[in-house]
Design a protein around this ligand. Structure first.
Ligand code: SAH
Length: 219
């Protein structure tokens, strides 16, 4: 591993271990997920000026009005999706800088990831290449429509808040599949876990959250 990936000082393994301890204390008990948070170089997903804050348990700006999600929330969403089954195909809506994509790529065979902002999508492709992550397919598109061609998905993760759950996403979920999505308006959002069963969708509220809004169309 290069020094860049390992990090030094505020981006060192010690800083990452402190973050993991915090997330564990907040209630995440999946050792697999905690290990992924502890080994993913989050400082490489933000601007250099913010690298020293990459292992604080906070969302940070990534430009263009968007954010990298709080590590605790990334852990909660990932843990909710893996449960104990194997994820063959995962769909991610709102790739942003790709921090969550890279973590998902460790628990799913293939990740299909959609981002509506073209500049972020192309930056992400370069970053994935740099990190040698080759099981994430990035699409510059509108995630409210899902990605029909590869459906059904065992897991769908949405990283932007929807006022209503897009029906394309529940349609593209496999039987037994899980969808995690923040739902609601700014200041009043809930992170929901939906499981598709033979009798319909089962819903569970995981957390109160604050995500950037889901926006239709591309730019
Ligand atoms: N997953 C990121 C967080 C990204 S922030 C992480 O790992 O930290 C949410 C992202 O969702 C933004 O980049 C935003 O552009 C994107 N987004 C919002 N609406 C979208 C839509 N309809 N389709 C695809 N991406 C969308």
């Amino acid at each position: 591993m290069t020094a860049d990936l390992r990090g030094i000082g505020m981006t060192s393994q010690r800083a990452r271990d402190r973050l993991v301890a915090q997330i564990r204390k907040m209630g995440v008990d999946s050792e697999l997920v905690l290990n992924l948070i502890g080994t993913t170089p989050r400082h490489l997903f933000v601007d250099e000026a913010l690298a020293s804050r990459a292992y604080e348990n906070n969302a940070l700006p990534i430009g263009l009005g968007q954010t990298i999600s709080q590590p605790y929330i990334v852990a909660v969403m990932t843990a909710a999706l893996i449960n104990n089954g194997k994820i063959v195909k995962a769909l991610e809506i709102g790739a942003g800088c790709g921090y969550q994509s890279v973590i998902l790529a460790k628990v799913a065979e293939t990740v299909y990831s959609i981002e509506r902002i073209g500049a972020l999508a192309s930056k992400l492709r370069n970053r994935l290449h740099q990190l040698h992550v080759n099981n994430v397919r990035v699409r510059h598109g509108d995630g409210t429509l899902g990605w029909e061609k590869n459906a059904p998905y065992d897991a769908i993760l949405v990283a932007a808040a929807a006022v209503g759950i897009p029906s394309a996403l529940t349609d593209q979920l496999a039987l037994g599949g899980r969808l995690v999505i923040p739902v609601g308006r700014p200041g009043d959002q809930k992170l929901m876990l939906l499981t598709k069963t033979a009798n319909g969708l089962e819903e569970q509220i995981l957390e109160l959250v604050s995500f950037v809004p889901m926006v239709g169309g591309i730019t």
